[in-house]
Design a protein around this ligand. Structure first.
Ligand code: ZN
Length: 352
């Protein structure tokens, strides 16, 4: 294991850990990955695109490089007829994460392996098949030397419990996050706070939520989880504006646009619901105030969101070199920096 003197748990004891996720959405948006199956073949086909995104997230303040193995599991690869690529894809995703981490020898980020919802878990009868899928992935991640494993986007408590067992059997720290959809309970009927308790008892080091919900509808659930467990809590919302009448991104509709197929913005036309950097910064501050220490972004998250969150936590990551400075704007800037005829020009363009 790397960074044993300053690993995940030590960093959480000292303060916050920021983790950028959402690679699949971002690489789809950039034209390197196909929406639908969302299998990250990009790690084999365009490895430089993956490394560049990792670099951007770390530069913006992510403490973690998460290997892009999300949906690179046996069931997904079988569904697209490419099961033979399972191991090469997994090992390559891990190698790319380590290559980027090694570019920062003075302040190395943590490297995390990843497992996720298998889409085959229905009840305990599925446990052996799901455990075997997790074991093979965790084995490759452990071989590569990851610092910890993220098990994410679980909609069933039962499947997440299998994930914890597999990660702890490998002797690695486990960060487990649920994707909570519109329903306040998980798909197997377990209330979210009860699910968090079960995972803690099973040995998870960090429990919480990722994906599906934006900051506004994730934070209140995070507060419930914080009250339910004594271990660390994770919140990694999507960077989209969910709200009381639509708790998760899947149900959002866009009344200002009539050309979205089936009037269903999820998953590729959510642009109009994007959170700005200030909203993500406020979220980070609110979560930190609740003593929720493992924070990040999921789908829709981009480096400018991560930088704003890092700054809200009192940090100044390398990308802060270019954080906004409106004092030098041609019209909005300080009087000393603005030609007199441009002073207040933009204010005049607003409809009064
Ligand atoms: Zn997501």
């Amino acid at each position: 294991m790397r960074n044993t003197k300053n690993g995940l748990l030590e960093r959480l004891t000292d303060g916050c850990v920021l983790c950028a996720e959402g690679h699949v959405f971002e690489l789809e948006r950039r034209g390197y990955l196909q929406a639908g199956a969302f299998v990250p073949e990009v790690v084999l086909e365009f490895p430089e695109a993956v490394k560049q995104l990792h670099r951007e997230f770390v530069r913006a303040g992510s403490d973690v490089v998460e290997a892009l193995t999300y949906y690179a599991h046996r069931e997904k690869l079988r569904s697209i007829g490419k099961e033979h690529l399972l191991e090469p894809m997994q090992r390559q995703a891990l190698a790319l994460a380590f290559e980027v981490a090694s570019e920062l020898p003075d302040s190395p980020p943590l490297v995390a392996g990843n497992i996720c919802n298998t889409n085959v878990w229905t009840d305990s009868r599925s446990d052996p098949e799901v455990r075997a899928m997790f074991d093979e992935q965790i084995g490759w991640a452990a071989d590569a030397g990851v610092d910890f494993i993220i098990g994410e986007t679980f909609a069933h408590c039962g499947e997440a419990e299998i994930a914890v067992g597999a990660i702890k059997a490998a002797g690695l720290p486990a960060v487990i996050t649920f994707a909570l959809h519109e329903d306040p309970d998980l798909r197997d009927g377990v209330p979210i706070d009860e699910a968090a308790r079960r995972l803690e008892q099973a040995g998870a080091d960090v429990v919480g939520l990722n994906c599906a919900r934006g900051p506004a509808t994730m934070l209140p659930v995070g507060a419930r989880i914080r009250s339910a467990v004594s271990c660390h809590v994770a919140l990694l919302p999507v960077a989209y504006r969910t709200h009381a009448d639509c708790q998760a991104i899947h149900g959002l509709t866009d009344p200002s646009c009539d050309c979205i197929p089936d009037n269903r913005p999820f998953p590729v036309a959510l642009d109009a619901f994007s959170c700005n950097r200030y909203e993500m910064a406020v979220f980070a501050g609110q979560a930190r105030a609740l003593d929720i220490r493992y924070l990040g972004v999921c789908c829709g998250g981009a480096p400018h969101h991560v930088r704003a969150m890092a700054e809200a936590l009192g940090r100044r990551p390398p990308a802060s070199q270019y954080s906004p400075d409106m004092s030098k704007h041609y019209s909005l800037g300080d009087a000393a920096a603005v030609i007199e005829s441009n002073l207040g020009y933009l204010d005049g363009l607003r409809k009064s």
